[in-house]
Design a protein around this ligand. Structure first.
Ligand SMILES: [Zn+2]
Length: 276
């Protein structure tokens, strides 16, 4: 399966400090993941237009959302940009199927007019909505995709099985999550990096002490602890919050530190493609 990290920043990428360790994609942009084999897009941040341009993706059949937070959703107009036919008198637009859980519907109705916007896109003929139960399971081609509701009940991860492969994708909001048996020992786990109050390599302070606890934000060491519990063959960390200023050498050191402690892990960067 070909999985592409379209954007690897967290919720608040800083305009000028956000960097990535990869020379071709020097910035981190809003969170999004694309699975080529399924033509499935997970999340649409405000950066999605340029991410799709960069990766030359123009035909997306399916879309899902991890949760309603703006860093994952405010680019949802992309479905119009992507699919609307602006050539013919009677538009022959493409249509993407958007799956959305019952829990998410409630939040999309509450925040930012997202539900109204999705209805508008439906009427325009560029998407088709399908509401699914929380913890639902669907099939796309030969893959099974299951929603995993997190401890932060408004948010979801995705458990994907394809042939003999097992892949777990949790874009964000992993705080206090206790991994269920099914998602352990997967081939690939994609997990949120979380935040660091102190740079884990240079030990330079980034945030005021106690700030993450106050906000209830997951810390990087908690994410690492969860990664151990899940025990994937390979873990990729994304949604790199606050420590987005880690440079190439620091990322390398961090990956080495994780390896020495027994975790086979990669810090993702925009444009990173995994071929499982
Ligand atoms: Zn987020």
């Amino acid at each position: 399966m070909r999985i592409e990290f379209l954007g690897t920043a967290g919720g608040v990428p800083s305009l000028y400090k956000s960097v990535s360790q990869h020379l071709d994609t020097i910035q981190r942009t809003g969170p999004a993941i694309y699975i080529n084999d399924l033509q499935l897009l997970i999340d649409t941040s405000e950066d999605i237009f340029y991410q799709l341009r960069r990766s030359q993706i123009d035909d997306i059949k399916y879309g899902v959302y991890s949760h309603w937070h703006p860093d994952h959703t405010v680019g949802l107009r992309i479905w119009e940009t992507l699919n609307y036919d602006f050539i013919n008198k009677i538009p022959q637009s493409k249509k993407s199927k958007i799956y959305i859980t019952e829990q998410q519907v409630a939040y999309f109705k509450k925040y930012f007019g997202h539900w109204d916007h999705l209805n508008y896109l439906s009427e325009l003929g560029v998407i088709e909505k399908e509401i699914v139960e929380n913890n639902s399971r669907i099939n796309i081609n030969n893959a099974s995709i299951e929603w995993i509701q997190l401890a932060e009940g408004f948010a979801f991860g995705f458990y994907i099985t394809f042939n003999a492969e097992r892949i777990l994708i949790i874009p964000d909001e992993i705080k206090n999550y206790i991994p269920i048996a099914k998602i352990k020992e997967v081939d690939v786990a994609i997990l949120p990096f979380g935040s660091n109050e102190v740079n884990p390599v240079t030990h330079e302070r980034i945030h005021e002490a106690g700030m993450l606890e106050e906000l209830g934000e997951v810390r990087f060491d908690e994410s690492v602890e969860l990664a151990y519990e899940i025990n994937a063959k390979h873990t990729y960390f994304t949604h790199i919050e606050a420590t987005e200023s880690l440079n190439e050498i620091q990322v390398m050191k961090l990956e080495q530190q994780l390896k020495q402690s027994g975790l086979n892990a990669t810090i993702a960067y925009d444009g990173l493609i995994i071929q499982t």
